[in-house]
Design a protein around this ligand. Structure first.
Ligand code: NDP
Length: 447
């Protein structure tokens, strides 16, 4: 970090948020990459745009008390950060995971502001969630928690104010319970949440969107940057949740062989190619563990520890589990094994050192805020359908998603190229996303 203004903003943030590791990590990565843009735009410093950009417009923390199946009262903490609404209503998912805290929610919220801008749809950035752990909870307990969570959250959200969606631990079931409670309290049927079930206002392709979008982005990047494609490539996909499953599906459809997937306990390796229907049966069907895969597939092996997945030789790596799952050591192994593309389905899965290593070694690198924007883009399309009281066909939504992902790649790539390094998509994505937000903030006056 060299620009005095940028450095000062970061140091101030560091002082105010000393214990928020993930938030500072994301803010550092973004601010450092904005330096060339800041140098060209003195009006940013004059109007304190960076200071305002890193400070959330609103941060809400609340108590969520609910009753478990034994009749005992449980208490969790809920959050919603309404980060930036300069280009549209706050938009971003809810994460239910025991690791959730203010730092995680703020890092995700800040990333979301730029991601949503990149989609070209009018959506501001937000994020939320709870330290509630859905693992091992009965269906009834999940419903009780979701109802208690929404009983507090409803007063802060609205179809034109703030529209949450899913993330880790929040899928169609949870969105259903959350939306049901919102409707009950407000007596309104509006598109206040996305990722809804198809019978009650959801959009086709939303379930598949992040994973499919990731592959559309990667396919276009391979074409433009390496004159190549997914065809006949060996692919690693970390995670086995919503993003991972549909990234795997599309990669296979595009002609690749996915040889490994993981969950937080370990990974499976199947050199003949992962049988995705079995993963779906285990994960989507009965919320089981990935280890169960080897009981039915003799060619597969299971290995404890999720991080080991990056040791497997591959052409393309798609990290789709969680933040910081791929560090510099993993990046070195991947490059040594000849990886040509690493595109991120999860949010901030690569550490900054790992990302920079990929860029230096001319690997096609798809930073999360560009490569995984397909989920929120399709959420934007769900909002359009809800407002117009329409339902588009699968093909129609899929075609729009593909168009958006191709456009996000080109916007990212051309911005990087104009700055002198077409492989530096990290800088490209941050500056392309920030440009629109900064212009909107300047135009809207001081707030
Ligand atoms: P899910 O809850 O559906 O799946 C998460 C997956 O990641 C599970 O397989 C989980 O395993 C695994 N996982 C969680 N923590 C770890 C860990 N510490 N190490 C290894 N694996 C882990 O979530 P999603 O698929 O929705 O989200 C995955 C990522 O994608 C997140 O970073 C999310 O923010 C991002 N994302 C999601 C979008 C969406 O539309 N859903 C949109 C854009 C980004 P286990 O079951 O063992 O916990």
């Amino acid at each position: 970090m060299q620009t005095p203004y940028v450095k000062r903003v970061y140091e101030d943030l560091q002082r105010k948020n000393a214990n928020e590791k993930e938030f500072l990590q994301a803010a550092y990565e973004i601010l450092e990459s904005l330096e060339p843009y800041v140098k060209k735009h003195p009006e940013l410093e004059k109007n304190k745009i960076l200071e305002r950009f890193v400070e959330p417009e609103r941060f809400v923390q609340f108590r969520v008390a609910w009753i478990d199946d034994k009749g005992e009262v449980q208490v969790n903490r809920g959050y919603r950060v309404q980060y930036n609404s300069s280009i549209g209503p706050y938009k971003g998912g809810l994460r239910f995971h025991p690791s959730v805290n203010a730092s995680i929610i703020k890092f995700l919220g800040l990333e979301q502001v730029l991601k949503n801008s990149l989609t070209s749809l009018p959506m501001g950035g937000g994020k939320g969630g709870s330290d509630f752990d859905p693992k091992g909870k009965s269906d009834h307990e999940i419903m009780s928690f979701c109802q208690a969570f929404m009983t507090e959250l409803y007063r802060h959200i609205g179809e034109d104010t703030d529209v949450p969606a899913g993330d880790i631990g929040v899928g169609a079931r949870e969105v259903g319970y959350l939306y049901g409670q919102y409707k009950r309290i407000q007596n309104k049927t509006v598109g206040v949440l996305t990722g809804k079930g198809i019978p009650f206002g959801g959009s086709l392709v939303r379930k598949e969107a992040t994973g499919f979008g990731l592959c559309y982005f990667t396919e276009e990047a391979l074409k433009v940057m390496k004159e190549d494609s997914f065809k006949k490539k060996t692919v690693l996909v970390s995670g086995s949740g919503n993003v991972a499953i549909y990234a795997c599906k599309k990669a296979i459809e595009l002609g690749a062989t996915v040889v490994a997937m993981s969950d937080s306990n370990g990974y499976i390796y199947d050199k003949t190619g992962i049988k995705l229907e079995l993963i779906q049966e285990i994960k989507e069907g009965r919320r089981g563990r990935i280890q169960e895969y080897i009981e039915k597939v003799p060619t597969a092996s299971y290995h404890e520890g999720a991080k080991g997945i990056w040791q497997i030789p591959c052409d393309i790596a798609l990290p789709c589990a969680t933040q910081n799952e791929l560090d510099l050591e993993d990046a070195k192994v991947l490059v040594q094994n000849g990886v040509i593309a690493v595109c991120e389905g999860a949010n901030m899965p690569s550490t900054l050192e790992a990302a920079k290593y990929f860029i230096e070694h001319k690997v096609v690198y798809g930073p999360a805020k560009a490569a995984n924007a397909g989920g929120v883009a399709t959420s934007g399309l769900e909002m359009c359908q809800n407002s117009a009281r329409l339902s588009w066909s699968f093909e129609e939504v899929d075609a729009k998603l593909k168009k958006i992902m191709v456009q996000i790649f080109h916007n990212t790539y051309h911005t990087a190229k104009s700055l002198g390094n077409s492989f530096d998509t990290l800088t490209g994505a941050n500056i392309a996303g920030f440009d629109k937000v900064a212009k909107a903030m300047l135009a809207l006056g001081v707030y």
